[in-house]
Design a protein around this ligand. Structure first.
Ligand SMILES: [Zn+2]
Length: 325
């Protein structure tokens, strides 16, 4: 409802009603609209620029953070790559050397994803986010493939190690009779005076003096190949094939505790000390044969002796005394 306005007429001394003309109303309205429009024109850009820039700033900040995280991620991945390289190096140059195996081919190592140089410079080029993410995924993918190859390689090494463990269990490595006080070694390997012929002869084993019936132990895992009795020579004799070119021989036994073809473990009793065959007193004549040659058994007592004890037994074995045959 339009308000009715009055004015004071000094001539008539009355309040007269103001008559508003339509043209005045229209011009007032236009004026108002014009001012409103101008104000809007001024406010909108200020409003826009203020809010837009704060959104941009937020995005910019987020971008910076992403870039920072990416840089950190890249560093982490580089560290993981370096660690992997060190594992590969140890694999090729330590484990595979110990187990006499060929190194893993570099083409297998790179797992068909190209060399490590491929992604090297990507970070420094100022990448778009998509490229950065793609790059990160590619790197992780490559790392996973290489890790897989490395794991497979360790599987191989485990197999080698298991074989090696089998080899260590098989090679003769202890004394064939209990000899903790180290007094039983009566005669060593080398030129010795024969007890019967009284001339110097090659003594191809070690003699352990022991009372009749003393247990004789297998010095390594293997298979009993020979169980035989001779009136002269070695008397009652056992031979064990340990594989890897090693055979041990036990002579002048009183009784056998094994049969030919029997599988045997180190430390199992194979028979008892006696004086059968060409022998002057109860003793065990023990030989180690490697690739067909009789070698000095004293070098094969490394499993149970301290360096001091080994020194002592070496000394005893080197005395050029009379053998017990
Ligand atoms: Zn002997």
């Amino acid at each position: 409802m339009a308000r009715i306005k009055y004015y004071y007429d000094t001539e008539t001394c009355k309040y007269e009603r103001i008559k508003t003309r339509t043209s005045d109303v229209i011009s007032n309205l236009l004026g108002f609209l014009a001012v409103a429009f101008l104000i809007a024109l001024a406010i909108v850009p200020v409003y826009n620029s203020y809010f837009k820039s704060s959104r941009e700033a937020a995005l910019h900040k987020e971008n910076e953070e992403l870039r920072l995280y990416y840089t950190m991620l890249s560093k982490e991945m580089k560290q993981a790559n370096d660690m992997l390289a060190s594992l590969q190096d140890r694999d090729d140059n330590v484990y595979r050397v110990i187990f006499e195996a060929e190194p893993v081919a570099s083409s297998v190592r790179s797992a068909g994803v190209g060399g490590s140089e491929r992604y090297k410079d990507l970070l420094e080029k100022g990448l778009d986010q998509e490229e950065m993410i793609l790059d990160a995924f590619k790197k992780v993918d490559k790392l996973k493939k290489q890790m897989y190859v490395q794991t497979k390689s360790y599987d191989d090494i485990l197999k080698f190690a298991k074989n090696k463990a089998h080899m260590w269990a098989s090679i003769p490595a202890v004394q064939p009779v209990s000899n903790k006080e180290l007094k039983r070694l009566a005669s060593g390997y080398g030129m010795r005076i024969h007890p019967i012929y009284k001339v110097k002869r090659m003594h191809t084993g070690i003699d352990f003096s022991a009372t009749r019936g003393t247990p004789i132990y297998a010095t390594g895992d293997g298979v009993v190949t020979i169980v035989r009795s001779n009136l002269g020579g070695y008397g009652k004799e056992v031979q064990i094939d340990h594989g890897y070119g090693y055979i041990t021989l036990y002579a002048h036994m009183e009784n056998f505790n094994v049969k030919a073809g029997q599988k045997i473990k180190r430390g199992e009793c194979i028979g008892y000390v006696g004086s059968t065959g060409s022998s002057t007193a109860p003793h065990l004549h023990y030989e180690v044969i490697h690739n067909g040659s009789k070698v000095n058994p004293v070098h094969f007592f490394f499993n149970e002796l301290t360096p001091g004890e080994y020194e002592k037994i070496l000394e005893m074995a080197s005395v050029e005394n009379q053998s017990m045959s």
